[in-house]
Design a protein around this ligand. Structure first.
Ligand SMILES: Nc1nc2c(ncn2[C@@H]2O[C@H](COP(=O)(O)OP(=O)(O)OP(=O)(O)O)[C@@H](O)[C@H]2O)c(=O)[nH]1
Length: 307
């Protein structure tokens, strides 16, 4: 009856499922791409590099395929213990995925940072490797064509695709190419499940993102957020959320709180709006600012903060 070895458009294509991870230098658009494909905000984005700290999954469901996206932190040379742990996360992720999509922004020349990452992905021989030229809306057609050439000279890719996540260009083509490279397999997660990352982790990331939005210049990376409690109010349709925001120094605590608490109030309002969108209900959000000295280099504190 139906042949599962055929890969044409006759309607009896085999179902394919698998994992894909997007890698690339910081700021190349990995999180924005993940969000555009999944259609819901699952990874935080920021114009500052290296804000993505956790492997986050989003799921693209199609009639013929399920693509599970594992978003990795930027691959970089470690300077702190946190940096080393992030690189270990990247290595583990790459060894386990079916496809690696390496992103190159159309508006920046291929450089040593890219070659460093290409070497790293060669260390994951099982994964198929696709080059994605991102942000094509920021460059001329000629510049995009030149970038495609430069990228193709780096190695023998399984596919090379130009996209713009911001403008939604060629995203279907990208998914088509990725799906072709997945193994034949029934779906891995129930349909309708967009992400398996704990809701709590997502809430913590919304808070972190809101802090970065408000105090980007003053506190680049020395922040961590934990959500310690979520309480359903019985008398109203309301969820109470209690979060802790950790900074490294007293001066940073003062910056986050702001004059008369004004900044923290704004951070709370921004984060609450995002969380209400996620949960689809009213939220009371309490953010407690605490100082945890040098947490980025202290194994105990890193463990406590979930790294
Ligand atoms: N014009 C344009 N800008 C984009 C596009 N994709 C991403 N950006 C912008 O590029 C910046 C970085 O995007 P991210 O998605 O956070 O990049 P990332 O690779 O996940 O960054 P890290 O988390 O630091 O590794 C943000 O300011 C985005 O708005 C695109 O298709 N077009």
């Amino acid at each position: 009856m139906t042949s599962h070895s055929r890969a044409d458009d006759s309607g009896d294509r085999p179902f394919r499922s698998g994992f894909v991870s997007f890698v690339g230098r910081p700021n190349v658009g990995k999180s924005t791409l993940t969000n555009a494909l999944v259609g819901e905000k699952v990874a935080i984005t920021s114009s500052k590099p290296q804000t993505t700290r956790r492997a986050i999954r989003g799921i693209v469901n199609r009639p013929d395929a399920q693509l599970v996206i594992v978003d990795t932190p930027g691959v970089h040379r470690p300077r702190t213990l946190l940096g080393e742990r992030l690189n270990a996360v990247v290595e583990e992720t790459l060894a386990s995925v079916d496809v690696i999509g390496m992103c190159f922004p159309a508006d920046e020349k291929v450089g040593p940072g890219d070659r460093f990452i290409v070497e790293r992905i060669e260390g994951a021989p099982r994964a198929k490797k696709v080059a994605i030229v991102t942000k094509t809306d920021t460059a001329s057609r000629t510049a995009v064509a030149e970038q495609l050439l430069a990228v193709s000279a780096l190695r023998d890719w399984d596919a090379i695709i130009p996209i713009s996540a911001a403008k939604g260009r060629q995203l279907d083509d990208l998914v088509d190419e990725l799906v072709k490279l997945l193994p034949e397999s029934p779906q891995l997660y129930p349909t309708g499940q967009l992400t398996d990352e704990a809701t709590i982790d997502r809430i913590a990331e919304f808070v972190r993102e809101a802090v970065l939005e408000e105090a980007r210049e003053e506190l680049p990376h020395s922040l961590a957020v934990t959500v310690d409690d979520m309480v359903e109010r019985e008398d109203k349709d309301l969820v109470e959320i209690y979060a802790n925001l950790f900074v490294e120094r007293d001066s940073q605590k003062a910056i986050v709180i702001g004059r008369g608490g004004a900044r923290l109030k704004q951070i709370g309002a921004d984060a609450r709006a995002q969380i209400e969108g996620l949960l689809g209900r009213k939220v009371f959000l309490s953010i407690h600012v605490k100082v945890a000295k040098d947490w980025q280099s202290d194994p105990k504190q890193l463990g406590r903060l979930g790294f």
